[in-house]
Design a protein around this ligand. Structure first.
Ligand code: MN
Length: 253
C-alpha cells in the first residue's frame, strides 16, 4: 500500500495539515529559574560570526548559546536521578520520535486557577469520552499557558503554573503505556512542584519509568483530542540530558 504517496498527496491537498507546536527560540525565550543554591541554565543567545562583512564577505552565521532545556525541548530519562541508568537524548530510538498523540484540554479550568493540578480522575473522565491513552504515544496536556509565553515573569508566575498531581504522575508512569508527557509550561511539572513529595513528580516518575517529556509547546488548541501524529526532533547530543526540539503535529482536516 503506498502509504507515503497517500500521505504526501494529503499534505499537498491540505487534507493533512502540519501544525507547529514549537516556541520560537530567542534571547527572550523564558527559561526555568531554580532557587539558590541550585545551578541555572543560560538564556538562548546568538553570537554573530560574520554578516556579509570582513569576517565572512559572502556569508552570515552565528554560534548559538543554549541550554539543553531551553524553549520547546525534549527531556530524556537520564535527565533525572530516577532515570540515571536510562537513555540519554542521543540514545532515543528514531522510531520513537514519530508517534501518536492525544490532547487533554483543561484550559478552561487552568485559566482561572494557575495552580490547577491534573488528577487521575480527570484523565479517567477524558478516557471515558475519547478512549484510552495511546499505547506508545504522547499525552499532550493543554492548559492555555502558552498565552503567557511572551513574558518570562508572566510565564514563571512566581512558581504558580498548572501541572499534574503527584498521584497522577505516578499513575501515568506506572499504570499507563504512554511514551511521554507534553506540556505548555516551562517544565513538565507544576510551578509548585519543588514543594511536592516527591519534588518534581512528573520528572521523578515518568523519566524514572523511561518515558519522555516535551515542554513549552504551543498551538495545542489547533489539535483534535485524538488522531494526532506527533514528530518530535531533539538533537542527538551525545550524553545529553535533553535538547531543544522542533515539534510538529500532523492533523487530518
Ligand atoms: Mn527539561
Amino acid at each position: 500500500m503506498p502509504v507515503l504517496t497517500d500521505l504526501l498527496a494529503a499534505l499537498g491537498a491540505g487534507r493533512v495539515e502540519v501544525v507547529d507546536l514549537t516556541s520560537p527560540l530567542s534571547q527572550d525565550t523564558p527559561v526555568l529559574q531554580l532557587p539558590a543554591p541550585f545551578a541555572n541554565t543560560i538564556s538562548f543567545r546568538l553570537e554573530e560570526l560574520s554578516h556579509y562583512d570582513d569576517r565572512g564577505p559572502a556569508w552570515y552565521w552565528n554560534d548559538i548559546h543554549t541550554g539543553e532545556h531551553t524553549g520547546t525541548h525534549f527531556d530524556a530519562p537520564v535527565h533525572w536521578v530516577t532515570g540515571r541508568e536510562g537513555e540519554d537524548v542521543a540514545q532515543v530510538a528514531p522510531g520513537k520520535l514519530i508517534a501518536p498523540a492525544v490532547v487533554l484540554d483543561f484550559a478552561d479550568i487552568a485559566d482561572g486557577d494557575p495552580d490547577f493540578l491534573l488528577g487521575v480522575e480527570h484523565v479517567r473522565a477524558w478516557e471515558s469520552e475519547h478512549g484510552p491513552l495511546p499505547d506508545g504515544g504522547w499525552l499532550l496536556y493543554r492548559t492555555g499557558w502558552d498565552a503567557h509565553a511572551a513574558s518570562q515573569d508572566e510565564f514563571l508566575n512566581d512558581g504558580h503554573s498548572p501541572g499534574i498531581s503527584v498521584e497522577c504522575a505516578r499513575w501515568l508512569a506506572e499504570e499507563t503505556s504512554i511514551l511521554g508527557l507534553g506540556v505548555e509550561t516551562v517544565g513538565t511539572d507544576a510551578g509548585a512542584a519543588p514543594g511536592f513529595e516527591p519534588p518534581f513528580p512528573c520528572h521523578s516518575f515518568l523519566l524514572g519509568a523511561g518515558k519522555y517529556g516535551l515542554t513549552q509547546l504551543r498551538n495545542l488548541a489547533a489539535l483534535p483530542p485524538t488522531g494526532v501524529l506527533l514528530v518530535a526532533t531533539p538533537l542527538p547530543i551525545v550524553g545529553g540530558s535533553g535538547s531543544p526540539a522542533r515539534v510538529l503535529a500532523l492533523v487530518e482536516r
